[in-house]
Design a binder for this molecule. Structure first.
Ligand code: NAD
Ligand code: WQD
Length: 337
C-alpha cells in the first residue's frame, strides 16, 4: 500500500510508520511539526532501515495536500494530525475547531480532488462521554463530551459518516483509541510531551526519572475498587498494528465503521503506579489530590468488534507497557546528558 500518515512524526503516527514500513508498505508523512520533531524520521530509519518520505506541511494547506496525494499515488490516508490537549482545548476552542475540524474538511476535499477514498481516523473513547455501562461497545451512545477536544472527534466522526453516505465508494474507519502508552522496544521513539505532562504515564515516568517530585493522584473517592480512576491502557505497538489491519479492511470495505482499540482490561491510577515501580525498580512518590475537572470514574473497551472485523486483539500487557515507557525515558535521559 502507498499510505499517507498525517501527523506521522507524532507519538502514535511514528510507531505506525515503523509497523507499516516493516510490513513492506510505502509510507509518506505530512506533519507541520507543531508537536513533534523532524529527528523522529532518523529514529524510524534507525529502527527499520527504511525512511518515510516527509513533507513539512499543514493539513489545512489544501493545494499542498492535493499534490502530495496525487503526485504520489496515495491509496489511503491515516489521519493522526490534530491538537490533543484537553485543558488547552477549553482555553482555545477555536484553534481546536480550526485545526482538527476545518483541517479534516480541507484534507477530505483534497482527497476527493485527488481521487483518494480511504481514511483511517484517530478517534477516541472520549466520544462516549460518561459511560452508561461498561465495557464500552461501539453502539454505546456518543455525546455528553465535556471539552472541545472531545467534541472535535465527535464532529469529525459525523462528517466522515455523512461523506460515506454521499459517496458509496468512500471508506472511513474511525478507530476509537482508549489510553495509548508505552514505546517501541528500541527506546528510540515514544511519548515525550512538551512541558509538564497532562497524561498519567509520561508524568509517572518523569517522577521515576527524578524530573518531577511526585504524582498527583486526581481523586481517590471514585466508585472504583481503590477509589482512583480506572482506564483501559493500551500499548502503542498494539495500537500501531491495529492501523495496518484497519487499512487492509478499509481498502476492501467501503462505508463507515467505528472500532474500539483497547485491551478490555481496566487499571486504576494506583495500579499503574505500582506497575511502573516494578518496571523501574524504584518507589514512586505520590499524593492524593482533588479530582480533575471533567474526569470520569472508569472506562474500558469491549474490543470484540476489532477482533471480528480486523482480526486484531491487544497482545502486550501492562508490564510491557511500563517497561517500554521506562526504557524510552532512560534513553531520553542518556541523550540529554
Ligand atoms: P501527537 O501530538 O504526538 O501527534 C499529532 C501530530 O500531528 C504531531 O506530530 C503534530 O505536529 C501534528 N499536527 C497537528 N496539527 C497538524 C496540522 N494542522 N497539520 C499537520 N500536522 C499537524 O499526538 P498522538 O498522541 O500521536 O495522537 C495522534 C492522534 O490520535 C490525534 O488525532 C489524537 O487526538 C488522537 N488520540 C490520541 C490519544 C492519546 O492519548 N495519545 C487518544 C485518543 C486519540
Ligand atoms: C488517566 C487517569 C486521571 C494524570 C485523556 C483524554 C482522552 C485521550 C487520552 C487523547 C485518570 C489520572 C492523570 C495525573 C492522575 N486523549 N491522572 N494524575 O484523562 O483518561 O484521557 O488522554 O487524545 O481523550 O481525555 O488520560 O492519562 O490524563 O488520565 O491521577 O497527573 O490518570 O485522573 O484517572 P484520560 P490521562
Amino acid at each position: 500500500m502507498r499510505v499517507l500518515l498525517t501527523g506521522g512524526t507524532g507519538f502514535i503516527g511514528s510507531h505506525t510508520a515503523v509497523v507499516l514500513l516493516e510490513g513492506g508498505h510505502d509510507v509518506f508523512i505530512c506533519d507541520n511539526l507543531c508537536n513533534s520533531q523532524v529527528s523522529t524520521l532518523d529514529a524510524i530509519e534507525a529502527i527499520c532501515g527504511r525512511r518515510p518520505v516527509f513533507f513539512e506541511k499543514d493539513i489545512r494547506d489544501k493545494a499542498a495536500m492535493r499534490s502530495i496525494l496525487a503526485d504520489n499515488g496515495i491509496e489511503a490516508v491515516v489521519h493522526f494530525a490534530g491538537l490533543k490537549a484537553v485543558g488547552e482545548s477549553c482555553a482555545k476552542p477555536l484553534e481546536y475547531y480550526d485545526n482538527n475540524v476545518a483541517g479534516t474538511v480541507s484534507l477530505l476535499q483534497a482527497m476527493q480532488d485527488a481521487g483518494c477514498r480511504s481514511m483511517i481516523f484517530s478517534s477516541s473513547s472520549t466520544v462516549y462521554g460518561t459511560p452508561q455501562k461498561l465495557p464500552l461497545t461501539e453502539d454505546h451512545p456518543v455525546g455528553g463530551v465535556t471539552n472541545p477536544y472531545g467534541r472535535t472527534k465527535l464532529v469529525i466522526e459525523s462528517i466522515l459518516s455523512d461523506l460515506c453516505a454521499a459517496d458509496k465508494n468512500f471508506c472511513a474507519v474511525c478507530l476509537r483509541y482508549f489510553n495509548p502508552i508505552g514505546a517501541h522496544a528500541s527506546g528510540l521513539i515514544g511519548e515525550n510531551p512538551n512541558g509538564i505532562p497532562n497524561n498519567l504515564l509520561p508524568y509517572v515516568a518523569r517522577v521515576a526519572a527524578g524530573l518531577l517530585k511526585e504524582v498527583n493522584v486526581f481523586g481517590n473517592d471514585y466508585p472504583t475498587p481503590d477509589g482512583t480512576g480506572v482506564r483501559d491502557y493500551i500499548h502503542v505497538m498494539d495500537l500501531a498494528r491495529g492501523h495496518v489491519l484497519a487499512l487492509e479492511y478499509a481498502l476492501k470495505h467501503p462505508g463507515w465503521e467505528a472500532i474500539n482499540l483497547g485491551t478490555g482490561q481496566g487499571y486504576s491510577v494506583l495500579e499503574i503506579i505500582a506497575a511502573f515501580e516494578k518496571a523501574c525498580g524504584k518507589k514512586i512518590a505520590y499524593r492524593i489530590a482533588p479530582r480533575r475537572a471533567g474526569d470520569i470514574a472508569a472506562n474500558w473497551a469491549d474490543p470484540s468488534k476489532a477482533l471480528k472485523l480486523l482480526g486484531w486483539k491487544a497482545e502486550l500487557g501492562l508490564e510491557e507497557m511500563c517497561a517500554s515507557a521506562w526504557n524510552f525515558q532512560q534513553m531520553l535521559q542518556k541523550k540529554s546528558n
